[in-house]
Write a protein that binds this ligand. Structure first.
Ligand code: OXD
Length: 302
């Protein structure tokens, strides 16, 4: 089996070790090291690869995106359209995402933002705190990560409502489905968690009008893709304190440019796209299970 690995922006060594561990007999190459023009891989495992990979590799049976979001890959002009593309589903990222979101819930929900300010002023000032479980957590996007996080929060006793374009089976929490229900869903979300991917349908989905629908004092936690928000509209809602605060991990342009007003906005916490890093071991196990499925003639293509 011939496997090509290309993750130029991340440590390829950890993926390579995991591949060698779980698939010791495969012919595994890193894209930069492929010198023979006739060496053609069957499977390409990639994260933000260079476009030229697809100009030279013409025998691919499947492409595996080593992340959940395929937006960067889809922008490459020579990405073959007929080769099946797989993406990571959970592969160990769900737990990381859950922890990130819990941090945002607790930071704002238990008033740690205010206690920080009180401490700066030397003030001993207990805040009036309501049970966090009475607030509604709206999960925007019910892909594998949204479903995982929603189920965990629900099982922990939180009130969860999920929104997606189509109804998902077997979820224990309430769901809102389709564009016609979006405004109603937003109006009930005291915490809005963005787990939507970047595509034409989600671009600036949360514009000024929709952000206004969120209840006063609500909190935004964004860890899907940043282009889902109109960032100017989000900033305005935070400046005017219609929104209480935001924990933002993803942005329309990354890295977030120096001088972007989000950096200095006091009720925003900026993190550099670290909510749920790909876990090399889990990712490779998922990819190899999918390859086995293909080789056995399975039809579970994603
Ligand atoms: C992903 C990401 O898509 O890390 O997996 O953003």
């Amino acid at each position: 089996m011939k496997i090509l690995l290309s993750t130029p922006e991340t440590d390829q060594g950890t993926y390579l070790s995991a591949l060698k561990k779980y698939c010791p007999y495969a012919d595994i190459r890193i894209w930069q090291d492929v010198k023979e023009t006739d060496w053609q891989a069957e499977y390409a495992l990639v994260w933000k690869p260079k476009n030229d990979l697809f100009l030279h590799q013409k025998s691919l049976v499947a492409i595996f995106n080593l992340g959940a979001g395929i937006d960067a890959l889809e922008k490459l002009p020579d990405l073959p359209q007929k080769v099946p593309l797989f993406k990571l589903r959970d592969a160990g990222m769900g737990q990381w995402m859950l922890e990130y979101i819990l941090y945002g819930l607790i930071h704002f929900g238990r008033h740690f933002d205010r206690y920080q300010r009180h401490q700066n002023g030397g003030n001993w000032h207990p805040e009036n705190t309501r049970n966090l479980q009475e607030k509604r957590i709206g999960i925007l996007g019910l892909g594998p990560l949204g479903q995982y996080v929603g189920k965990c929060l629900y099982e922990m006793g939180y009130t969860v409502v999920g929104w997606s374009r189509s109804l998902k089976d077997d979820l224990p929490f309430e769901q809102s489905t389709g564009m016609q229900s979006l405004n109603g869903f937003l109006a009930q979300s005291h915490f809005l968690v963005n787990l939507l991917p970047a595509n034409d349908d989600t671009y600036h989905l949360l514009n000024a009008d929709r952000l206004m629908r969120l209840p006063r004092d609500s909190v935004v936690i964004s860890c899907g893709r940043g282009s889902v928000f109109d960032e100017h509209a989000l900033l305005l809602q935070l400046q005017t304190r219609h929104l209480r605060g935001a924990l933002l991990d993803v942005f329309e342009h990354e890295p977030l440019p120096k001088g972007h007003p989000f950096w200095a906005q006091q009720n925003i916490i900026v993190t550099p796209h670290i909510a749920a890093p790909t876990q090399a071991d889990d990712a490779i196990k998922q990819v190899l299970a999918d390859i086995l499925d293909i080789e056995l003639g399975g039809d579970q293509l994603y």
